[in-house]
Design a protein around this ligand. Structure first.
Ligand SMILES: NC(=O)c1ccc[n+]([C@@H]2O[C@H](COP(=O)([O-])OP(=O)(O)OC[C@H]3O[C@@H](n4cnc5c(N)ncnc54)[C@H](O)[C@@H]3O)[C@@H](O)[C@H]2O)c1
Length: 438
């Protein structure tokens, strides 16, 4: 049983800790945030992630998983140290690596025998090299460590399944000793035939940014096609379906919507642009993607204005605050762009999300938060569906129509059929399918 320490018990760290414990390792999860550790020590989890509570509790019960705020002791007691701390955007869009450096410094100070430092956070190319230098500077034992890059590809909302059944595991290291240890850590996946990619540190770091930026480009591309459809009368869902039948394209990430958000794509595209700049080159594709995505988010208000030109004094129901369904994460949610724009035009909002209201309240404490979709819709002049939670897919439209002052429905996620909505008497605007109804 390997002794593993996972620093950071957020979306990635907690899933990693629980997943590695499920593989049979002995894992201790560490966080600087005492309130998170208290919840974990009491048998709960501090985030909403389907299926995670069961895996955490199962492994705690089996004695393979525990939690602490004592990073020094946890590192001293472990051979393998994963760093899964946040790397949010800094002021210029670059990745803020302060938390990574803090963990690497603790690692250096607690090197009581050979250990491997594994960076699971998304970090710019060159971070592994700098981590090696930082550890060397801060530790007395010069040869008793290795640094590995092991980026994570899980998706919030399906993080447990993604971690336990990944498309691939990427491990970047210059050290053969560390590569052997990593294979041991991921033995449970390797024997099941999960593709295991060994590279150098720089490639591993770049694989993560390249993958996220590529997906962001793909979403943004279909959003542009949707915008064109709204002018010329095509149906973006039919177009995406037919495009996706081409094996070279694949149907995934071809769902038009209000622009991408979340804790990864926005910050990772910004950070990648900064990485290019730092090295004296320019990523025209990624820069254009960021610009187009901002336009897409703001476009939600333009859609509403196209059917309700004066928003002053109007009440708008917002369904969905999370950046996508099945998560309570609202980081960079498109709704955070839409609401201030509506308020700027003199509208007020009534909002509802099945799980993300508390997270949203940190940035927007004074909104009118409702307890269910119908309460949010009641008395509103229009409703805007921002997140495609399952419970929004089958609303009682007769009731919705009665509750709304005017039957205006902006469906940014294409959850409803435009012809059906037209027949039910709604003024309906969606994304890349609106004209199909007329
Ligand atoms: N969220 C995702 O879907 C996802 C997917 C793949 C990769 N990533 C990457 O993984 C990393 C973590 O993302 P996340 O969403 O889990 O972040 P998060 O903000 O949910 O969690 C980070 C955790 O690290 C803790 N922390 C910060 N500094 C610390 C320190 N010095 N010591 C101990 N704990 C500390 C925080 O308290 C927090 O609990 C980021 O680099 C992110 O880009 C995220």
């Amino acid at each position: 049983m390997k002794k593993i320490c996972v620093v950071g018990t957020g979306y990635v760290g907690l899933v990693t800790a629980a997943g590695l414990a499920d593989f049979g390792n002995s894992v201790i999860g560490v966080d600087i945030d005492e309130s998170k550790i208290k919840i974990l020590q009491k048998g709960g989890i501090p985030i909403y992630e389907p299926g995670l509570l069961e895996v955490v509790q199962r492994n705690v019960r089996a004695g393979r998983l525990s939690f602490t705020t004592d990073i020094d002791q946890a590192i001293q007691d472990s051979k393998v140290i994963f760093s899964a701390v946040g790397t949010p955007p800094g002021e210029g869009g670059e990745a803020d690596l302060r938390a990574v450096w803090a963990v690497a410094t603790s690692f250096a100070k607690n090197l009581n025998n050979y250990k491997v430092f594994i960076n699971k956070s998304t970090v710019p190319v060159g971070t592994g090299k700098k981590t090696l230098e930082l550890i060397k500077k801060n530790s007395e034992k010069k040869d008793s460590y290795d640094v590995v890059s092991n980026p994570e590809f899980l998706r919030e909302g399906s993080a447990v399944g993604d971690f336990l059944n990944p498309d691939r595991v990427v491990v970047g290291s210059r050290s053969e000793k560390a590569q052997v240890i990593m294979k041991d850590v991921y033995h449970a996946l390797i024997i099941r035939g999960v593709p295991y990619v060994e590279t150098n540190i720089e490639s591993a770091e770049l694989i993560k940014y390249s993958s996220n930026a590529f997906l962001a480009v793909k979403i943004t591309f279909i959003n542009e096609i949707a915008n064109l459809c709204d002018i010329v009368g095509g149906d973006v869902s039919e177009i995406a379906k037919a495009m996706g039948l081409d094996g070279r394209i694949s149907p995934k990430f071809l769902h038009a919507g209000p622009g991408f958000g979340g804790s990864c794509f926005p910050k990772d595209t910004m950070a990648l642009v900064e990485i290019f700049k730092e090295h004296g080159v320019k990523s025209r594709v990624v820069e254009a993607t960021i610009e187009a995505n901002e336009y897409q988010k703001e476009g939600v208000v333009a859609k509403l204005r196209s059917v309700m030109p004066d928003l002053k004094g109007k009440t708008i129901a917002i369904l969905g605050l999370a950046f996508k369904p099945e998560t309570d994460d609202t980081r960079f949610s498109p709704t955070k762009v839409v609401i201030p724009l509506l308020e700027k035009e003199g509208a007020t909002v009534q909002v509802y999300d099945p799980v993300a209201s508390d997270d949203f309240k940190r940035d927007f404490p004074n909104l009118d938060y409702k307890n269910n979709a119908y309460d949010a819709i009641e008395g509103a002049d229009a409703m805007v569906l921002m997140t495609e939670w399952n419970e929004f897919r089958s609303l009682d439209m007769k009731r919705v129509k009665k509750l709304l002052k005017t039957p205006i429905f902006i469906d940014t996620r294409n959850t409803y059929d435009p012809r059906d909505m037209r027949d039910k008497g709604f003024t309906f605007v969606c994304t890349g399918r609106t004209k199909c109804a007329y």
